[in-house]
Every structure is written in structure tokens, then in C-alpha cells.
Design a binder for this molecule. Structure first.
Ligand code: 3IO
Length: 340
């Protein structure tokens, strides 16, 4: 009798343990997802990441927990896409300008087409992605996209004319680098997190990007001049490992899907406000001088950008892409979201 009781007890315990540890859903904890980002925590790609994390955790009622990795601690600027595809991180945020040949369609938002701010840029980019579903993203689930505010020149030396900018080493990537080249500067390509050291060592005399970085990377301490050009944005994507995405319950997928457009708009609005704050701080606390190009000078600068878009269309069509309609769509979406 005693032996049968022990055997029964052991069997009951075995069934209990199997149920607890092998039946997903019965007693499974929250779904944990890692989210990698390349720049430091205080910068806008990471600020939007923390906001997305908070929204997801709230909207799923704690069913999903997001573990964030800012500052390139899990994946860096250039291996973000491949790292997410390989599953080294579940989610990753990347700047498409760092691999211009890889993200041809979405990088067309970096053509000089007059995107006026980050909110409009982000909505335009997200619509462009949804319309064309570029092959470059076939292996991942795209959660959202957004752009920076338009780029301006931040430099250690004052730049007020084409003569001033000629041959000057300035850091920029992707489409923004093409703009600098057209103006006669010497564009030096590198991801944003490498820029503080390049400025410190004097490898570059400045950079061409959105002005949030004057404060968030403290560039105002080294770059005492800002030449306003408000030309071209940098496009970003947040991508998720496809198998991980497919493993998510339907209700969680729905929360992520609903956040796509909302997150693009939130990030755009955050960026536009933050650029204003960063410039107020730069002027008041860092004595940064803002240079506005004289009207005739601005016309010379604009003129040099004219061939860029038609050249891009020709090269896109050569690759079998509908270059002309991509550009037209960016213009139309921009007019629509600018209220024109
Ligand atoms: C950017 C990248 C990382 C952190 C803050 C940032 N603000 C603007 C950018 C745009 C960008 O990727 C670049 O390289 O200029």
C-alpha cells in the first residue's frame, strides 16, 4: 500500500511539473523582447524607444516586457538590420542613411524635396514604406519609421557662402552627404555616435544633420556656428525579427500594428520640439551663432541641388525601380501632411 502511494504521488508530481514547465500559456510569464539601439540613451532614437516600450507595456497590460539596449550595447549602427534578421536582438532601430545602397526607396526621403519638419517627414516616410513595401525589409517586420528634422550645418568655423564651405571636411551620411558634395564641401561618412571623437580629434570641422544633436551630443561645446539650410532629413526604421513577430499572440500583434503610425507621429513631434529646445540652449548657454544665408547666396546653394533628384530618378530606374513615381509620391505626401 505504502509503495503504491509513493508511486502515485511521484506520478502526480511529475504531471504537475510537466504542466507547469512545458505548457505554454498555462503558467508562462510575460513575453520578453530585446530592443537594440545604436546611439546613447539621451538621444532621440532612444527617447522614442523608451516611449514605445512604455506604450507597449501599458497597452498589453504587462503581457509584454521590453528590455532596451541603448548606446550600441547589443547591436551597433551598421549591423542593426542583419543583427535583427539573425535574431541577436528581437527589435532594432536603424538609420537608413548608413546603408544608402541597401535602402534605396526609403532613402529617397533624403532627396532635396522640401520636407519641412520631422512630423511631416515621418508620416511621409511611413506612407512611402506602406505603399512600396521595399524588398529591403522582406526579412523583417517593420514596426514604425520616422525621420529627423531637416539638416543644418554645425561647424567650428563660420560658413556663410559657397566660398566658405569649399573643401571643408564635414560629417554626413547617405543623401545628406550628396548635398554637402554638391555645395563643394568634403563629406566624411560615419554614423552619428562616431562623430564626437571625429570633431574632438579635428578629423572633421563640423557636421550636417538635425539640430537636436547640438544639445544631446553636446556639439554646441565644439561647434559654435550653425548655418541654416533646412535641407534633407535622415530616415530611420524600427524592425523586428520575423520569427519573433510570427510567434506573438494576435492581440499583441494588434497593439504593435496600431502603434506604427502613432509612433511615427509621436517621434516627429518630439523631434520638432526638441530641435527648438536644443537651439535655445545652444544660443543661450553655449553662445552659438546662427548664420542665415543671404537671399542671393541661398539661390546659389539651391541651384546646385537641382540636378540631384533627376540623377537619382535615372539611377533608380536603371535598377528597375519606379524612381519617378517614388519622387512624385514623396512630393504629394509632403504637400498633404503640410496642409497644402
Ligand atoms: C541622429 C542619429 C543618432 C542620434 C541622434 C541623431 N539626430 C540626428 C541623427 C541623424 C543621423 O542618423 C545622422 O547620422 O546624422
Amino acid at each position: 500500500m505504502k509503495r503504491i502511494g509513493l508511486v502515485t504521488l511521484a506520478a502526480v508530481m511529475a504531471i504537475f511539473l510537466l504542466t507547469v514547465f512545458h505548457c505554454p500559456g498555462a503558467n508562462a510569464g510575460p513575453i520578453k523582447l530585446s530592443y537594440a539601439n545604436f546611439p546613447p540613451a539621451p538621444t532621440f532614437p532612444c527617447v522614442q524607444m523608451e516611449r514605445w516600450k512604455k506604450e507597449v507595456e501599458k497597452r498589453t497590460g504587462g503581457k509584454v516586457l521590453i528590455n532596451t539596449f541603448p548606446g550600441g550595447t547589443l547591436l551597433g549602427a551598421k549591423n542593426m538590420m542583419d543583427g535583427v534578421i539573425a535574431g541577436q536582438a528581437d527589435i532594432g532601430c536603424l538609420c537608413m542613411a548608413y546603408q544608402p545602397g541597401r535602402f534605396v526607396i526609403t532613402n529617397a526621403t533624403s532627396l532635396p524635396l522640401g520636407i519641412p519638419n520631422s512630423l511631416v517627414g515621418s508620416l511621409v516616410l511611413w506612407d512611402l514604406y506602406k505603399k512600396y513595401k521595399p524588398k529591403a525589409f522582406a526579412k523583417v517586420k517593420v514596426l514604425t519609421m520616422f525621420t529627423t528634422a531637416p539638416s543644418n550645418i554645425m561647424s567650428k568655423i563660420p560658413i556663410a557662402s559657397l566660398e566658405d564651405i569649399k573643401g571643408v571636411d564635414l560629417r554626413a551620411s547617405g543623401g545628406a552627404a550628396q548635398i554637402l558634395k554638391a555645395w563643394g564641401a568634403n563629406p566624411v561618412g560615419m554614423p552619428m555616435p562616431a562623430t564626437p571623437e571625429a570633431l574632438q580629434k579635428g578629423v572633421v570641422k563640423g557636421l550636417f544633420s538635425s539640430l537636436d544633436v547640438m544639445k544631446d551630443f553636446k556639439f554646441a561645446e565644439m561647434c559654435k556656428y550653425v548655418t541654416l539650410t533646412n535641407t534633407v532629413v535622415y530616415p530611420f526604421a524600427v524592425v523586428m525579427n520575423m520569427d519573433k513577430w510570427n510567434s506573438l499572440p494576435k492581440d499583441v500583434q494588434k497593439v504593435f500594428e496600431e502603434l506604427g503610425t502613432q509612433q511615427a507621429a509621436w517621434t516627429g513631434t518630439y523631434m520638432d520640439n526638441h530641435v527648438r529646445k536644443a537651439m535655445n540652449w545652444s544660443k543661450r548657454k553655449q553662445g552659438v551663432k546662427v548664420i542665415r544665408l543671404k537671399k542671393a547666396e541661398k539661390q546659389r546653394w539651391d541651384k546646385l541641388l537641382e540636378p540631384i533628384t533627376s540623377k537619382w530618378i535615372a539611377s533608380a530606374e536603371k535598377k528597375g525601380l519606379p524612381g519617378k513615381s517614388i519622387v512624385q509620391d514623396i512630393k504629394n505626401f509632403t504637400a498633404m501632411y503640410s496642409g497644402k
